[in-house]
Design a protein around this ligand. Structure first.
Ligand code: ATR
Length: 259
């Protein structure tokens, strides 16, 4: 039996085990997917090697820290600077990023076109950089806005995006089509700002978040964060097993997953 896992801190809320284990049982794959709460990127790689974990997903806050601990990484990871998927094969750890795919597919699944649109990415951590990369790759004009401006600047320069401080959010949002938030669920730099009703909002937090609640109340188009989870898992599955999973099975697993 192959063992797979998601690593993070916190990690108990993750619905990845339900999605993958449902896929394994429906497709008769002899594998089991679990979760590990860890304290560092090194711990992730040690656990992968010690337990012989064939495939792993990495969540907050280790998407950048784990990078330096791997044997090799994909071209996208070289540009984005963060990983969320590791394949362990022939004694080597290989890092991939599937978040950039997840975010753009989630937006398109909701009927929102990306090409030619103006987008803001809130946050310049692992998820924020992947979102900015994906949106720019699909032809959006992207501005990264982050509490620590220097991180936004560094990421923007690497990814060919713009960057701005939080203080400019209200002004920038007037001409923004898509907002992707990757910051913590209870942080909300949009409080006090009236969001344009034509704004499409995707919050990476697929449980409740202050930003998603405000956007819903103010009549914005909501792109479910769970769709991002689903679509990044789809590409992760491809890296693990070399073929594409059944997306309807994944959707059903997500619907049935315990909160
Ligand atoms: P992830 O892998 O999910 O992107 P991360 O790399 O830890 O997680 O990044 C967290 C992001 O949330 C960062 O952009 C962080 O901003 P800083 O770079 O300024 O630390 C942002 N963040 C965390 N707490 C925040 C808060 N209270 N208000 C605004 N932004 C916050």
């Amino acid at each position: 039996m192959q063992l797979l896992a998601v690593f993070g801190k916190p990690v108990l809320h993750s619905k990845s085990p339900q999605i993958f284990n449902t896929l394994f049982s429906k497709s008769n794959i002899d594998a089991f997917y679990t979760r590990f709460r860890v304290e560092s990127g090194h711990e992730v790689v040690d656990a992968i090697r010690n337990f012989g974990i064939a495939g792993a997903n990495i969540t907050t806050p280790f998407k950048e820290a784990v990078l330096m601990c791997l044997n090799s990484v994909s071209n996208e990871v070289m540009t984005i600077g963060s990983i969320n998927t590791i394949v362990f094969k022939d004694g080597k750890t290989i890092g991939y990023n599937t978040d950039y795919y997840g975010v753009t597919k989630a937006i398109e699944d909701s009927g929102v076109k990306i090409k030619g649109k103006s987008a803001i990415v809130l946050g310049a951590g692992g998820a924020g950089k992947a979102a900015a990369y994906g949106l720019a790759k699909e032809g959006a004009s992207v501005t990264i806005v982050n509490r620590t401006l220097l991180k936004a600047e560094k990421a923007a320069k690497k990814l060919g995006c713009n960057f701005a401080p939080m203080e400019q959010l209200a002004m920038l949002l007037k001409t923004t089509d898509v907002l992707v938030s990757t910051i913590l669920p209870d942080a909300n730099p949009l409080l006090g700002i009236t969001l344009p009703s034509n704004l499409a909002v995707l919050d990476a937090n697929y449980r409740t978040s202050s930003i998603a609640a405000q956007a819903t109340e103010q009549g914005c188009k909501i792109i479910p964060g769970e769709r991002w989870l689903l679509r990044q898992a789809e590409l992760a599955y491809f890296h693990f097993f070399g073929d594409w999973p059944n997306i309807e099975t994944m959707e059903q697993a997500l619907l049935n997953a315990k909160p």
